[in-house]
Design a protein around this ligand. Structure first.
Ligand SMILES: O=c1ccn([C@@H]2O[C@H](COP(=O)(O)OP(=O)(O)O[C@H]3O[C@H](CO)[C@@H](O)[C@H](O)[C@H]3O)[C@@H](O)[C@H]2O)c(=O)[nH]1
Length: 455
């Protein structure tokens, strides 16, 4: 029995990968704090395989991507996965809406990931308010917008590249699908297709905050009415306004946070390098070796997340020989780690969530971008937000140990260390301000809620 009067019922539908599910999950909790009921729909496969959050303020439900047993790994190709997800996903999303229809709280808003533009068509079919939720930065999305609308012609033949509201860009700064023509065509098409029907969305939300990329937000706002609502990070790590809101969301693997905490708590402030490459990246054997040897030769402590699937790439006896200098874990609570005072820098692939988490927690970075939006994020880390450096890649595509060593020293103890720290603190303060009562993102969330309620 529903006994609470909600202002509306929002269904949030992320693309089924960790880096998309959790930002939308965190945003859903913010909506609950505004008096809405929120249900997060994941695929059955995700629901059955990922470690679920303990979060109680949300409801969880499922749709199907057509691969209930094996998820994406079961699909013949990226293209096949996206196609089948569109067909089966549309149908099962409609079923979910119908299932809720005669309850006390029928679904009256769908916030969908524009990686799944068909979700808007389903919402429209049922006369439901449909809002797009862009997980990546405004700058990155504005580039895809330009390509989609033919404002930026590919392949790029002359550099630097000038796009209103963005810094001057070299080819290596662009998302990899553009700088490496022909790479992952199905994903590139999906990214461009985000804009295939976004002009029909009732609202466009972006997981960033205004102060972080004001020029990009202003420029993109001229072509689409967007609202920056981030950072989508539990309240405990930011404004501390929502009660018991320290839960990060779904986890790829179970992890025991006491292992990292106990180890970090024995280390001096700012003395540890934290390394992680997110949920998807798989580094080459050579790159893993270069990283390992750089860490081995460095004087700093390190905490390195090496997923089980990557462990065999570590040099023999690496973990034993590291002793108390380094801790290697298969997964951790990243927010908890980043907020530990012992962390002096984050060596990251610059996935948007990791980057935004580091900015929001005030941690300087060394960027080792791998693909997709990470190159642009690394450019911003170094040249726009000025909170760290981007490692230089050799012609063989590898960042060599000497370069890793140089970058680590630069951020941990170099002349610019104080500036990186000062800037990191500035972004943390601005992130907290943005999400607080009266802050830019908080106002935008309120604007979104009233737009939907009054629709
Ligand atoms: O041990 C770990 C390692 C990671 N994380 C979390 O996992 C998330 C990783 O997200 P992200 O940094 O965005 O990386 P990916 O998982 O690789 O995300 C994909 O999706 C993002 C959103 O589209 C893109 O920005 C990235 O480039 C793309 O690789 C973050 O929230 C981390 O806090 C943990 O909790 N524990």
């Amino acid at each position: 029995m529903e006994n609470k009067a909600y202002r509306g019922h929002v269904l949030t539908l992320p693309y089924p990968s960790l880096g998309h599910i959790n930002p939308l999950l965190q945003f859903s909790k913010r909506l609950v704090s505004k008096g809405l009921k929120a249900t997060l729909a994941t695929t059955l496969f995700i629901h059955n395989t990922m470690q679920p959050p303990s979060s109680s303020s949300l409801q969880f439900d499922t749709i199907s991507d057509g691969y209930d047993e094996g998820g994406f790994a079961q699909a013949e190709s990226i293209h096949a996965y996206l196609n089948r997800m569109e067909t089966i996903g549309s149908k099962t999303l409609a079923d979910l809406i119908i299932k809720n229809k005669n309850t006390a709280n029928p679904i009256d808003c769908i916030i969908y990931d524009p990686f799944l533009p068909w979700a808007l068509e389903v919402a429209k079919k049922f006369g439901i308010f449909g809002a797009a939720f862009f997980t990546q930065t405004c700058a990155v999305n504005f580039i895809y917008h330009h390509v989609h609308h033919g404002l930026l012609k590919l392949p790029i033949t002359s550099t630097p590249i000038s796009i209103p509201g963005l810094p001057v860009l070299e080819l290596e700064d662009m998302p990899s699908f553009i700088s490496v023509p022909g790479s992952y065509p199905a994903y590139f098409e999906m990214l461009l297709n985000q804009f295939s029907n976004s002009d029909k969305a009732d609202a466009v939300l972006v997981n960033t905050f205004y102060e972080l990329e004001p020029e990009a937000v202003d420029s993109m706002s001229k072509v689409c009415q967007l609202l920056a609502i981030g950072p989508t990070i539990p309240s405990f790590y930011l404004d501390k306004r929502l009660e018991n809101d320290n839960d990060y969301g779904f986890n790829l693997f179970a992890s025991d946070s006491s292992i990292c905490n106990n180890w970090l708590n024995t280390k001096l402030e700012g003395s540890v390098i934290y390394l992680s490459f997110g949920s998807m990246a798989s580094l080459s054997n050579k790159q893993m070796e270069e990283l390992a040897l750089a860490l081995k030769g460095s004087k700093f402590h390190f905490l390195w997340v090496v997923k089980a699937s990557e462990e065999a790439k570590l040099p023999e006896k690496f973990v034993e020989e590291a002793g108390n200098k380094g801790l290697v874990v298969q997964w951790c609570s990243q927010l908890e780690v980043l907020s530990n005072k012992a962390i002096g820098c984050f060596l990251t692939h610059c996935g948007w969530n990791s980057t935004l988490e580091a900015l929001s927690l005030g941690v300087p970075m060394v960027g080792l971008p791998q693909w997709t939006d990470q190159t642009m994020n690394a450019k911003y880390v170094q040249d726009v937000w000025k909170v760290g450096v981007r490692a230089k890649v050799c012609e063989n595509g590898i960042v060599e140990r000497e370069e890793i060593d140089f970058c680590i020293k630069e951020v941990m103890e170099g002349e610019r260390r104080k500036d990186f720290q000062k800037n990191a603190k500035k972004w943390r303060d601005l992130a907290i301000k943005a999400i607080r009562e009266g802050g830019s993102s908080n106002k935008n969330i309120d604007e979104f809620v009233s737009k939907f309620i009054n629709s």
